[in-house]
Design a binder for this molecule. Structure first.
Ligand SMILES: *Cc1c(COP(=O)(O)O)cnc(C)c1O
Length: 369
């Protein structure tokens, strides 16, 4: 605990700086520079309402918000004539929106999600009061398609909402949406909806080789990502992309703001769309691809260096997350590594081979080699 004397703005800032230097376990990019946007912090920017609708409020960044949505809708191969979305407060809200849409379309549905699914899904399902069934995961964290098929068979009388993961939290496993689609086809459940939680990996999913099916052309009905993870932002944010035709079925007009109340919260952060827009403008598709390539190279390097010192490290194909057996509390604490039954390092774009070397040295010292 800080004593009151220590508790100054300078100290708070210093702690954050030092903390950021030793962060290998959480998926947050730190290599951004938004100083060009400093002036915007002087204004109470509020993106209340549907970003694609006219509004009477002029202190907003709806134009940028819609361009962020356009960018991800294109990357996720949405129908150019039928997509919609908005910038949320994070992947969790994006997931809530996807599940909310699904529930409104199919009020009697059952939700299916794998045991590797992020906790935001369980919380959202509780909030929405939808019945759900947990599906087994394979060893690599991917959903067990056979278990999904068997479970669907027992519930054929109910519409199915399947939650697919594109990058699970611990192992960065990716569920194949086309396989899920095939399972749904075989089970002959016609009323179904697939929401893809792509919080981390959605931002580079289009660059994976070989591709893992996850997007609209592959069969997803909505996709969520976190903005502060792979792209990076000083404020947590997210994006939800879905079909306009789906959203329109649940939209309600509010005359007070002169817009449609299609989002979850009322007042909405107008700065986050600005950060995401600026980042996308600067990076472009090619910059984003280069970020992914860098991360993947560092992940391979990290895996190989760990194997060299006798640690059984592995990655899912194309992943930037390196998984290995549980590590000591000391190292876990220093490097802020998330751990459940395994430990992982996420090689975000700001992580360098030099950083990995520092980490490896700590492991070697501990092992006495
Ligand atoms: C981080 C994460 C989320 C939640 O995103 P937030 O932006 O933290 O709300 C959801 N799903 C997965 C798989 C995640 O990794």
């Amino acid at each position: 605990m800080d004593t009151d004397q220590d508790f100054t703005i300078e100290n708070a800032l210093e702690k954050i700086k030092v903390g950021g230097d030793f962060m290998l376990g959480y998926p947050v990019s730190q290599d951004f520079d938004y100083s060009r946007l400093n002036e915007f912090l002087k204004y109470p920017i509020n993106n209340i309402g549907d970003p694609f609708e006219q509004t009477t409020n002029k202190v907003q960044t709806h134009k940028m918000e819609t361009e962020v949505v356009d960018f991800f809708a294109t990357m996720f191969r949405a129908n150019p004539k039928d997509y919609w979305g908005y910038v949320t407060n994070g992947g969790s809200e994006s997931n809530l929106y996807g599940l909310y849409l699904a529930r409104e379309l199919y009020p009697n549905a059952m939700v299916y999600f794998s045991e590797s699914t992020h906790y935001s899904i369980k919380k959202n399902i509780r909030l929405l009061n939808i019945p759900s069934i947990v599906i087994r995961s394979q060893e690599n964290g991917e959903i067990d398609y056979n278990d999904l098929a068997n479970t669907l068979q027992f519930n054929r009388d109910k519409p199915a909402i399947v939650l697919t993961n594109f990058g699970t939290t611990m192992k960065e496993a990716k569920d194949d949406v086309s396989k899920v689609k095939a399972v749904l086809r075989t089970s002959a459940i016609q009323d179904h909806y697939i929401h893809c939680d792509a919080a981390l990996s959605g931002s580079y999913g289009a660059f994976l080789e070989p591709r893992v099916p996850f997007d609209f052309e592959d069969g997803a009905d909505s996709i969520s990502i976190s903005g502060h993870k792979f792209i990076g932002s000083p404020i947590p944010s997210g994006v939800i992309i879905t079909r306009r035709s789906t959203k329109d079925r649940i939209a309600k007009g509010v005359s007070y703001i002169g817009s449609m109340d299609t989002t979850i919260t009322g007042s909405r952060n107008g700065h986050s769309p600005l950060f995401l827009w600026y980042a996308i403008q600067k990076m472009g598709i090619e910059g984003l691809r280069a970020r992914y390539k860098h991360s993947q190279e560092v992940a391979q390097y990290c895996k190989n260096e760990l194997i060299k010192i006798g640690v059984e490290a592995w990655t899912n194909e194309g992943a930037i997350t390196v998984v290995f057996p549980k590590i000591s509390e000391a190292i876990k604490g220093k490097w802020q590594l998330a751990t459940d039954d395994v430990t992982h390092i996420i090689c975000m774009p700001n992580v360098t081979k030099e950083k990995i070397d520092e980490f490896i040295l700590d492991v070697r010292i501990e092992k006495g080699i």
